[in-house]
Design a binder for this molecule. Structure first.
Ligand code: HEM
Length: 473
C-alpha cells in the first residue's frame, strides 16, 4: 500500500469492520432459508443488511463499556466521567473543537469540560475514548511513574509520519532510545554554551529592526523572531544557517514593499512557509484522529510540504555527510532527526521570546527590574556567559512565568499500552485507564487556573505541589 492515496489506505483498513457484519447478515439469511425451507422475507433481509453495521457498532461500544466497568471495579477504581454529546459520534464535540481552533482559543472546549466534569474527562469522539487530563498527578504518571505503560502509539505515529518520520518525537521503545542517544550530544553543556551563534543572529535581527523602525514601518516581532530562531537553530544543528534574516524583515501587507514577489519566493521564505504549513496540517490530524486520511483523501498534503523542505535540507545534509565520509548512518534517519530537533527548537523558542517581549511591554515594572539585573550581572559591554545565565534568578523566573502562561507546547498525547490506574482526584477513587486508550493531557490548562505576574517586585511561582508561592526577589 506504500504510495497509495491516504483515503484508500484508510478505507482498506476499515473494510473488514464493515464486511464482517454484512457477512454475518448474509450467513443469517442463508441459515433462515435452510431452517424454514424458504428465503427470509424481503423486508427482513433488507433491514438485516441496513442495520448490521450500526448494530455491530452498538454491541461493540456496549461490550467495551461493560468490560471497562468490570475491570475498573476489579481495581477499586472508576471510569473517567464522559462528556455528554448531543449528536451520535460526538460530532458536536468535533465541531466545537474545530471552531476553537478557527477562533484562536484552542483549548477552550477542554477548559469547559474540565470545569464541568473535573480535571480528567473522557472526550469520546467517533466512538473512541480519549481520556483528557489536566491533573498534575496524572501527567506525572504518564511521563514518569508509569512511563512504561504509555507510549506515543500507532495513531500518533501514523498522523505525524510525513512530518517527523521516525525521529525522536515520533518513536517509541528501542527506536526512541536510539534517537534519544543521537540527540543527546546537542544538549551537552559545551554545545549549549555556544552563545556566539545566537549573538550573531540576535545582533542581525535587532539591527534590522532598528533600521526598519527608522524607515517609518512597524516590525512584525513574531516573524522576526521566527527568522532569528530558524537561523540560529540551523547553524547550531546543521553547522550552516539558512540565513532567513538575510532577505530582510517582512513589510506590512498594505505597503508597496509588502507586495514584493521576489521577497516571498526567496528560498528561505519558501522553506519557512512549507515547514509551518506542514506543521499546521499535521496538527489538524491530531484533531481528526484516524480520520485524517479522509481529509487528505487523494494525496498526503504534509508530505507535499515536506518535499519542499527537503529540497532545502538535503544539499546541506549531503555536504555534511561528505565531510564525514566514515558515517554509516542512513541519511533519511539523520534527516528525520534534524527536522525533529529543528521543529523542537525553532517554534518553542520563538513562541517563548514573542510572548516574553509582549509581557514585558505590558509590565514595565518587571522590565525595569529585569534590565537592572542584566546590567548588574553582565554590564553593557560583554556577552553573558553560561554562569551569568545561571546567576540571573529574576530573568529565569520571568522566563518560567512566561512559559507557564503561554506554554509553547500546550497539549500533548500518549496512548496506554496496558491497563493503568491513575490516582483519584480531590480525594475521590482512582481512575481506570483501559489498554490502548489515547490519553491527551495539557499543562497549559492546568496552569491557566491562576493569573498573572504578581504585584510590583513579586513573582508568582507555580510549585510542583500546585500551590502558589509568592516570592520576593
Ligand atoms: C521554550 C523552549 C522549549 C519548550 C517549551 C520545549 C518543550 C518540550 C516538550 C513539552 C517536550 C516533550 C515532548 C514529548 O515528550 O512528547 C520536548 C521534548 C524535546 N525537546 Fe524541547 N522544548 C523547548 C526547547 C527545545 C530546544 C531549543 C531544543 C533543541 C535544541 C529541544 C529539543 C527537544 C527534543 C530533542 C525533545 C525530545 C526528547 C525525547 O523525546 O526524549 N527543545 N520539548
Amino acid at each position: 500500500m506504500v504510495g497509495a492515496p491516504p483515503g484508500f489506505i484508510y478505507i482498506a483498513g476499515r473494510l473488514p469492520h464493515l464486511v464482517r457484519p454484512l457477512a454475518l447478515a448474509y450467513v443469517g439469511s442463508r441459515i433462515w432459508a435452510v431452517v424454514f425451507a424458504k428465503p427470509a422475507p424481503r423486508w427482513l433481509r433488507v433491514s438485516a443488511y441496513l442495520f448490521s453495521i450500526p448494530l455491530a457498532l452498538t454491541c461493540k461500544v456496549l461490550y467495551t463499556y461493560l468490560r471497562n466497568m468490570r475491570e475498573a471495579a476489579h481495581r477499586r477504581a472508576v471510569l473517567a466521567p464522559r462528556v455528554k454529546s448531543i449528536w451520535p459520534g460526538g460530532f458536536d464535540i468535533i465541531l466545537s473543537v474545530a471552531r476553537s481552533f478557527r477562533n484562536g482559543h484552542i483549548g477552550s472546549p477542554f477548559d469547559l469540560y474540565c470545569q464541568e466534569y473535573g480535571p480528567a474527562v473522557n472526550v469520546r469522539i467517533m466512538f473512541e475514548d480519549r481520556i483528557f487530563t489536566t491533573e498534575p498527578e496524572h501527567i506525572k504518571a504518564i511521563l514518569s511513574t508509569q512511563f512504561n505503560s504509555f507510549e506515543k502509539g500507532p495513531v500518533l505515529r501514523d498522523q505525524l509520519n510525513a512530518l517527523l518520520g521516525t525521529g525522536v518525537f515520533n518513536s517509541d521503545g528501542e527506536t526512541w532510545k536510539f534517537h534519544r542517544s543521537m540527540t543527546r550530544p546537542f544538549f551537552s553543556k559545551d554545545r549549549i554554551s555556544h552563545f556566539d551563534i545566537f549573538e550573531k543572529h540576535a545582533e542581525d535581527a535587532l539591527n534590522q529592526a532598528k533600521a526598519r523602525l527608522q524607515e517609518g514601518y512597524p516590525v512584525d516581532f513574531q516573524d522576526m523572531i521566527y527568522r532569528f530562531t530558524l537561523d540560529s537553530a540551523t547553524e547550531f544543528l546543521f553547522g550552516k544557517s539558512v540565513n532567513s534574516l538575510s532577505v530582510g524583515l517582512v513589510y506590512p501587507q498594505n505597503s508597496l514593499q509588502g507586495q514584493n514577489k521576489e521577497y516571498t519566493s526567496h528560498p528561505s521564505n519558501v522553506f519557512a512557509r512549507a515547514l509551518s504549513d506542514a506543521q499546521s496540517l499535521a496538527a489538524l490530524r491530531g484533531r481528526l484522529g484516524t480520520f485524517w486520511r479522509l481529509a487528505d483523501f487523494w494525496s498526503d498534503r504534509v508530505e507535499k510540504e515536506m518535499k519542499v523542505c527537503y529540497k532545502f535540507i538535503d544539499p546541506i545534509l549531503k555536504e555534511a555527510l561528505e565531510l564525514k565520509r566514515s558515517m554509516k548512518e542512513d541519511p533519511t534517519v539523520i534527516r528525520d532527526e534534524i527536522v525533529n530537533i529543528l521543529i523542537a527548537a525553532r517554534d518553542t523558542t520563538a513562541s517563548t521570546l514573542t510572548f516574553l517581549v509582549y509581557m514585558l511591554s505590558q509590565h514595565p515594572d518587571v522590565l525595569e527590574r529585569l534590565y537592572a539585573e542584566v546590567l548588574s550581572t553582565v554590564g553593557c559591554s560583554r556577552r553573558p556567559t553560561y554562569d551569568d545565565v545561571r546567576e540571573m534568578k529574576y530573568m529565569r523566573a520571568v522566563i518560567n512565568e512566561t512559559l507557564r502562561l503561554y506554554a509553547p507546547v500546550p497539549f500533548n498525547v500518549r496512548t496506554s499500552i496496558e491497563a493503568a490506574v491513575w490516582p483519584g482526584v480531590n480525594g475521590g477513587p482512582p481512575i481506570y485507564i483501559p489498554p490502548k486508550t489515547r490519553t491527551p493531557y495539557s499543562v497549559f490548562l492546568m496552569h491557566r487556573r491562576t493569573d498573572l505576574w504578581g504585584p510590583d517586585g513579586w513573582l508568582i511561582l507555580f510549585t510542583a505541589e500546585q500551590s502558589l508561592r509568592f516570592i520576593k526577589l
